[in-house]
Design a protein around this ligand. Structure first.
Ligand code: ADP
Ligand code: ZN
Ligand code: ZN
Length: 744
């Protein structure tokens, strides 16, 4: 840790990070009255910036400035009594450096909105609620919620914070109701870490582990006190979550905090309920449904060490931890951990850096690990832990490939698929039909002249939607009305080609008119709670058809599904992106994992035009693990990640010439710089047009950098960024650098 973070010498010039895309700090003079803690790095301040006032963070002090002192302005206000948490500052600095992003913008991104806007911290006092003893409870006879809440308060003789009470699912009204009846009271207390009540953290007992789980947990116990990165490769339903819960228990028993990251799609009420029902201490969740005030509450509780268990999606990696004990990343391969704009960080990779910094264990779990993590595990950098058996009775179902060629289909479904669906429904079971495309059909075409409905702003076809009826571009979100006739030749013979979820739903509805059908995609779940509602009905277990995109395919426990149908498995087989196959295999394996999770075994029918494809064959025959190992060999031979490091410069502009000119110049300058002997194994590829060159009326071009050593990649990326920062023409286009890009 640099001295600047711990000592506070007399103030000279303050280097302040501001919310600006510029990769530099700004110099200010201290205000007349210094803060009580001194001018420490990490203090939030308000400063004049142009004609506005903005919130910034002091990063360093300097003796001199490049500007004359007379031109420097003064800090207008110090916003906090103490600096922001040092572990958080460390992480932001690391992320800014690693991702070649401005520190000011990184800090801004990582701060809760309320702090970003200059609001004060909520402070360190809190109301703790208690049950009153020896009072008349007859008034609760008809208020079961209040009665249950009173019971909860009685179980916590040391008092419960309002936040913890709402985390248990009680509305504020219930609490106020109890207070009014004289059954509960609060005290104002200064906050401290929660006292461990007799060491018993559990509200419900842990499950007895099976043999494999016990081996895994024992391995984890060995590394509780140090950096101990582990990959837990465990088939779906093998009990990874149970392992997480017992690791968290061990960490919490030492009074330390666990941070659990889950994919965007995975932080469901069911997941939360599972964590919350296990522990007596509150489990704080960070998700998009929180208000800014609630988010700040969680942030502060974590920063103070009051919160022992924090669970959240990607951005939760920026939660400060006073007393870190473990970081767990569930479904570590999931694409939602990578932020695709602005600060393009990967939460899993930051988790690795953070665990190393804190010297704490890191557990990455997945049924379908990323090739990056698998490589680390196979090469011995991470400990490789495995769960090969399902906790329930049945092994995961094998994929059965069915040949789409030379056969008539109905709405994209083969006769054998339809027969199997029919038999499954007749047996009273549920069928999941997976199709990774929403809308009615991906293409609207004229049968007379071949015209297709293309997006006017992108190099892409528009998707035909029927509910409501319109054409929509899934890349730029533009919409337009359906034409009555072909705009080229006037023919009225316009046809929908291919199928999306809406069409599959329609076909199945006509074939199985008496069976309930649930379509689950982004369109059908736009209304709040509609997804939850559908899941509830599905869980009742009536024979039904589920048609869904990956929203349904990932993470959900669907105990009544015994047949999974994949309409078309070919999406990732021959794509340009070298990661497409990995990602599509992960998705297929996850979808397949939905089948037969409970008492009955499952089947997975995978329709394909390429039943002889060796990759698909390997996946079907031996599962994701075997395919992943073979893909790793291919990557090794092709010197692709994880066997090289990669960065991508993206340049875009509404004017094609501007984007092209800049990226060509950047490429030439970079090649010249790379000619130095220190950069011997760093290469520059391109520039090339992006896979979709025109998007939202902007032209996109790429320049790729690869290197065998990370330090070389970073040196080159850093040089490139500085060149662009200094280049006038670069200000006229939009550009960004993506370290470890996940998609091309
Ligand atoms: P994963 O996270 O690997 O998909 P889960 O932890 O969700 O697996 O476990 C799948 C199912 O098996 C859950 O219903 C869970 O309660 C159950 N389960 C997990 N471990 C055990 C165990 N040791 N004994 C009994 N049931 C278990
Ligand atoms: Zn036409
Ligand atoms: Zn478009």
């Amino acid at each position: 840790m640099p001295d600047a973070f711990s000592s506070a010498p007399p103030a000279g010039i303050l280097n302040v990070a501001l919310p600006s895309p510029l990769r530099r700090l700004f110099d200010y003079l201290p205000s007349a009255t210094p803060p009580a803690c001194g001018w420490q790095p990490g203090l939030r301040v308000r400063v004049p910036f142009g004609r506005r006032e903005v919130v910034g963070v002091i990063v360093e002090q300097a003796a001199t400035s490049a500007l004359p002192l007379t031109q420097l302005r003064r800090v207008s206000e110090v916003l906090d009594e103490a600096p922001l948490p040092t572990d958080w500052l460390w992480l932001c600095r690391f992320a800014a450096r690693y991702y070649q992003h401005g520190l000011g913008d990184t800090l801004h991104h990582a701060l809760p909105a309320r702090l970003r806007q200059g609001h004060p911290m909520a402070g360190r006092t809190q109301r703790l609620w208690h049950a009153n003893a020896g009072v008349d409870e007859t008034s609760l006879a008809r208020a079961p919620r209040q009665a249950a809440l009173l019971e909860l308060l009685r179980q916590h003789p040391h008092g419960l914070a309002a936040r913890a009470i709402s985390a248990h699912g009680f509305p504020r009204d219930a609490l106020l109701g109890l207070e009014k009846k004289g059954l509960a009271r609060f005290e104002e207390v200064t906050l401290a870490a929660p006292a461990l009540q007799g060491g018993n953290l559990l509200a419900t007992p842990a499950l007895p582990l099976n043999r494999e789980q016990a081996v895994v947990l024992a391995a984890l116990h060995e590394g509780l006190e140090r950096f101990h990165p582990c990959l837990l490769e465990g088939v779906t339903g093998s009990g990874k979550t149970e392992v997480y819960l017992q690791l968290i228990e061990a960490v919490a028993a030492k009074g330390r905090q666990s941070l659990v990251l889950v994919p965007e799609i995975g932080l469901t009420p069911q997941t939360l309920a599972r964590f919350r029902s296990r522990f007596k201490v509150p489990v704080l969740a960070l998700h998009s449904g929180l208000s800014d005030a609630e988010r700040l509450d969680v942030w502060e509780a974590a920063a103070d060490g009051r919160a022992l268990i924090i669970i959240g999606t990607r951005s939760a990696i920026f939660t400060p931890l006073a007393n870190p004990g473990a970081i767990i990343v569930d479904e570590e391969h999931d694409g939602s951990y990578k932020q695709q704009d602005n600060l393009r960080y990967h939460a899993r990779d930051l988790a690795v850096a953070r665990a190393h910094h804190h010297q704490i264990p890191l557990l990455l779990g997945s049924a379908t690990p990323s090739l990056e993590s698998l490589h680390q595990a196979l090469s011995g950098s991470y400990r490789h832990l495995r769960l090969t058996q399902r906790a329930s009775v049945h092994p995961p179902a094998k994929l059965e490939l069915v040949d789409l060629r030379h056969q008539p289909t109905q709405g994209g479904l083969l006769p054998i698929t339809l027969r199997t669906i029919k038999a499954t429904l007749a047996a009273g079971k549920q069928v999941l039909v997976f199709i990774n495309r929403r809308g009615f059909a991906p293409t609207l075409a004229c049968h007379a002249c071949g015209w297709t409905a293309d997006c006017l702003q992108c190099d892409a076809r528009m998707t035909l939607h029927r509910q409501p009826s319109l054409l929509a571009c899934h890349h730029c979100d533009s919409r337009r009305a359906l034409p009555d006739a072909c705009p080229e030749c006037g023919s009225a013979d316009l046809r929908a080609l291919g199928a999306g979820t809406e069409r599959t739903e329609e076909t199945l509805q006509s074939l199985f008119p008496k069976t309930p059908i649930y379509r689950i995609d982004r369109d059908s779940t736009r209304r709040k709670d509609s997804f939850e509602q559908m899941l509830k009905e599905i869980h009742r277990g009536e024979a039904s058809l589920l048609v869904g995109t990956q929203m349904l395919a990932k993470g959900h426990h669907l105990p009544h599904v015994t047949l999974v149908v994949v309409i078309n498995a070919d999406g990732g087989l021959y794509a340009a992106d070298f990661r497409a196959l990995e990602h599509s295999a992960q998705l297929l394996e996850q979808v397949a994992g939905r089948a037969g999770r409970a008492a009955d075994p499952g089947r997975v029918l995978v329709q394909t035009l390429h039943p002889d494809d060796p990759h698909l064959g390997l996946l079907a025959e031996h599962g994701y693990g075997a395919l992943a190992r073979s893909l790793l060999d291919e990557r090794r031979q092709a010197k692709l990640p994880p066997f090289c490091f990669m960065a991508l410069l993206r340049v875009e502009s509404p004017r094609e010439e501007a984007a092209t000119a800049l990226i060509q110049e950047a490429a030439a300058a970079l090649r010249e710089w790379l000619a130095n002997p220190q950069s011997a194994d760093c290469f520059c590829l391109g520039p090339v047009p992006a896979p979709m060159e025109r998007r939202q009326n902007r032209y996109h071009l790429h320049l790729m950098l690869t290197a065998e050593r990370r330090s070389q990649l970073h040196a080159a990326a850093n040089w490139l960024v500085q060149w662009l920062d200094a280049h006038r023409e670069a200000r006229k286009v939009r550009w960004s650098i993506d370290i470890d890009p996940q998609t091309l």
